[in-house]
Design a protein around this ligand. Sequence first.
Ligand code: GTR
Length: 326
Amino acid sequence: MKLHTTMIAALAASTLCTGGAMACETTLRSADTHPDGYPTVEAVKYMGKQLEEKTGGRLCVEVFPSSQLGEEKDSIEQTQFGVIDMVRSSLGPFNNMIPETRVVSLPYIFRSEEHMHHVVDGPIGKEIAAAFVPNDLVVLAYYDGGARSFYNSKRPVMSIEDLKGLKFRVMQSDVFVDMMDALGANATPMPYGEVYSSIQTGVIDGAENNFPSYDSSGHAEVAKYYTNDQHLIMPEVLAMSKITFDKLSPEDQAAVREAAKASVPVMRDLWTKQVAASLEKVKAAGAEVITDVDKQPYIDAMAPLYAKYADTPELKDLVKRIQDTQ
Ligand code: GTR
């Protein structure tokens, strides 16, 4: 693969110590699609502070919010190359690369966020993290992505029938294209940053996301019908470039892992508060949130995806072990 000029420029910049107020020996650059103040951004900042303390200021983290380093898929690629040191991302953009991430991206695989926590905090979380390593990425932490639901600019969606014919943006993953097919709607995979204007100009009718993203992205302004079907409870990751990770001493690698681990409860706490705050905010701004949703027809419609994406004995077993986790 070829390095773009911009990537080379970024690589040069990353070797310089920016370090903010503190003089840091090495500043790790971390990408996030979300704006400053969003729980994921604040959690990575917290991780950075912990790391700085643990290493006596040798290692620092600088978070670049609002897709400053590129859209999620590009940031992931640059992290694989070691151009960016860390990326915080949903698992969706990893789906076409890492089969295990497809399983945890299957609609309704998790019964609740608590169920998801139990899975990622245990041996299955480690197993999925291990699948990132051959792709030059080291998973440092699982973060929350809440529950994703559909929203659109056209009409209140009271049942699956109302989704038919509507065009929804999905993350760039085949799993979600198939999800929309299974629901009788149309999928348009595109980067997050293009969604607002695409809804506004009518290129698409809507998208799907959790309340904090629906709020912070401004999508609630252009697509006011939100149906809380919660089709996707899926984890997000904070991942480090294996190239960066391998350059660190074993002590520093341990410090990085510990700092990331310490950021998880902070993230979860910020997340819960943000979900409640965003829900209030979008409602106050005129969004119509439909909460009385019969999930069963949605769950039933997803059967073909399970057959397609859990297509080896190992992946089938992974699905079963996730479902069996209490
Ligand atoms: C958000 C997620 C982001 C990004 C975005 C999207 O919920 O936190 O990482 O994946 O959704 O839909 O692209």
